[in-house]
Design a binder for this molecule. Structure first.
Ligand code: UGA
Length: 429
C-alpha cells in the first residue's frame, strides 16, 4: 500500500521504516530540511537499535522515500499518518498547534479520498477536531476518514515493538477505513482492536499513565523496603509472578523520565481536570517520582556530607538504556542537582554524550566508562545501561579516593559489592 507519514521523529521515522520493511511504499515528510537532507544522505538523526540498517535497506529497495513537501506525500498515498510532536505547555496541557497545522496542510493538498491517521499522542477528542479542520480547510466534495492509531513503541526498542506489537488500536468513526487499516497491519501479525476514536485516544494516555503508576508504586514500596530491611528486588519478583501484576515495569530506581511519561501524565491530569475530574491518583504518581530523586540525593549527601569541591563520577546520562535521548532524563536532573550542591562531575554514557553536551555545562565527558572513577570521591549509576554491569569494579575501586557507589538503578548485587570492599547504596535494598 502507498502510505505517507508526516513527521520523522522517533515515532514517524521508525514507523515509516517498519511499514516499508513489510512491503508498503512509504513517503516520510518533515519540514526540517536539515533532517530530511541527512536522511537523504543516508544518515539517521537518532540512535535507535536496528533503525539505521532498516532505513538503508528500504531506501535501497525503493520502498522508503523522504521529502519536505506534504503535498507530495498526500498526493502519492491513500493513507496519511500524522506523527508530529505534541509538546507540553507550561500548565501541563498539550500544545496541539503542530497537529492543527498539519491537518490544514493535508486538507489543502487533498484532491481525492484519504484516510488520515493520527499516531501522535493526543488528548481525547482531538480526532474530532482534526476531522473538523480537514472538512473546513479541504476542497468541497473531497472526502476523508480520520482514524486514531496510537503508538506504543518504547525508545531503544522501537523497531522490535513495531515489528512485534502486543496490539494495534484503531479508533474510527465509521467502518469505512477499518479494512484498509487491517490490511496495513496484516503483516505484523498482531490483534487489531477497533474502537471509537475517543476510546483509542484514551487508551494511549491511560496506558502510559498506568505504566508510570506501576513504577511509582514499586518506588513507594522501595521506601518501605529500606525502612524494614526487605529487598525490593525480591518483593518485585514475588509480585511479578502473579500474572495479573507481571514483573515488567516494577524496576525501582531513580524514577521515570523521558519525553513520554512525564508529559503524558501532566496532560492526562489536565485533560481530566478540564472534564471535571480531579485525578489525584496520578498527581500522587508524579509526587512519588519527584520524591524518589530527592531521596536518592539525600543518600548521596548523607554519605558524602558536603558536596562542594567533591568530584563525582556519573555513569549514565540517557533517560534509560539503549537510547541517546536525554529529554527529561532523571540522570541529567541528578547531574544538575549535584552541580547545584557544588560537586564537580565526570560523566559517561555509551550513546548519549553528544546530546548531553547540549544540556550539561562544566562537566568532564569521559569516553571510557572504566576511567570515569579517576580522581572521584564517589561513583553514581544513573541510567540502567547493561554495559555498566561490565564495569571494571576493581579498577574503579582503586581509582576512587573512597570506594563509594550510589546505584540509582540497582545494577549490582549489594552483598557482592560489600564483599569487594565497597560502600554501596542502592534503592530499596
Ligand atoms: C513509553 C511507553 O513504555 C511506550 O509504550 C510508549 O509508546 C512511549 O512511552 C510513548 O508514549 O511514546 P519510553 O518513554 O520510550 O516508552 O520508555 P520506557 O521504557 O517506558 O521508560 C520510561 C522511563 O521509565 C525511563 O526513565 C525508565 O528508566 C523508567 N522505568 C521503566 C523505571 O524506572 N522502571 C521500570 O520498571 C521501567
Amino acid at each position: 500500500m502507498k502510505l505517507s507519514i508526516i513527521g520523522t521523529g522517533y515515532v514517524g521515522l521508525t514507523t515509516g521504516a517498519c511499514f516499508a520493511e513489510v512491503g508498503h511504499e512509504v513517503i516520510c515528510v518533515d519540514n526540517d530540511t536539515a533532517k530530511v537532507q541527512m536522511l537523504l544522505d543516508g544518515g539517521i538523526p537518532i540512535y535507535e537499535p536496528g533503525l539505521e540498517e532498516l532505513v538503508q535497506r528500504n531506501v535501497a529497495a525503493g520502498r522508503l522515500r523522504f521529502t519536505t513537501h506534504i503535498a507530495e506525500g498526500v498526493s502519492q498515498s491513500g493513507v496519511v499518518f500524522i506523527a508530529v510532536p505534541t509538546p507540553p505547555q507550561p500548565d501541563g496541557s498539550v500544545d496541539l498547534s503542530f497537529i492543527e497545522r498539519v491537518a490544514r496542510e493535508i486538507a489543502g493538498a487533498m484532491t481525492s479520498y484519504k484516510i488520515v491517521v493520527d499516531k501522535s499522542t493526543v488528548p481525547v477528542n482531538t480526532g474530532d477536531k482534526v476531522a473538523e479542520t480537514i472538512r473546513r480547510y479541504g476542497k468541497t466534495g473531497v472526502e476523508c476518514d480520520v482514524v486514531s492509531n496510537p503508538e506504543f513503541l518504547r525508545e531503544g526498542f522501537a523497531v522490535e515493538d513495531l515489528m512485534r506489537p502486543d496490539r494495534i488500536v484503531v479508533g474510527v468513526r465509521s467502518p469505512r477505513p477499518v479494512a484498509t487499516m487491517k490490511e496495513i497491519y496484516a503483516p505484523f501479525d498482531a490483534p487489531v482492536l477497533v474502537t471509537d476514536i475517543n476510546s483509542a485516544e484514551l487508551i494511549k494516555h491511560a496506558s502510559n499513565s498506568f505504566l508510570a503508576l506501576k513504577i511509582s508504586y514499586i518506588n513507594a514500596i522501595s521506601v518501605l523496603c529500606e525502612a524494614t530491611g526487605a529487598n525490593i528486588q525480591e518483593v518485585a519478583n514475588g509480585m511479578g509472578m502473579d500474572v495479573r501484576i507481571g514483573r515488567r515495569f516494577l524496576q525501582a530506581g531513580l524514577g521515570f523520565g523521558g519525553s513520554c511519561f512525564p508529559k503524558d501524565l501532566s496532560a492526562f491530569i489536565k485533560i481530566a481536570e478540564q472534564i471535571g475530574y480531579d485525578f489525584r491518583l496520578l498527581k500522587e504518581v508524579q509526587r512519588i517520582n519527584t520524591e524518589q530523586m530527592q531521596r536518592f540525593l539525600r543518600k548521596i549527601t548523607d554519605t558524602l556530607w558536603v558536596l562542594k569541591d567533591k568530584t563525582i563520577g556519573v555513569l549514565g546520562l540517557a533517560f534509560k538504556q539503549n537510547t541517546d535521548d536525554v529529554r527529561m532524563s532523571p540522570a541529567i536532573e541528578l547531574c544538575q542537582r549535584l552541580q547545584k550542591e557544588g560537586a564537580r562531575l565526570r560523566v559517561h554514557d555509551p550513546k548519549a554524550m553528544d546530546k548531553a553536551r547540549g544540556v550539561l555545562q562544566d562537566v568532564t565527558f569521559v569516553d571510557d566508562m572504566n576511567t570515569v572513577a579517576e580522581g572521584c570521591d564517589a561513583l553514581v549509576v544513573a541510567t540502567e545501561w547493561d554495559d555498566f554491569k561490565q564495569l571494571d569494579l576493581e579498577r574503579a575501586r582503586k581509582a576512587l579516593t573512597h570506594p563509594i557507589l550510589f546505584d540509582g538503578r540497582n545494577l549490582f548485587d549489594p552483598e557482592e559489592m560489600e564483599q569487594r570492599g565497597w560502600i554501596y547504596k542502592s534503592v530499596g535494598r
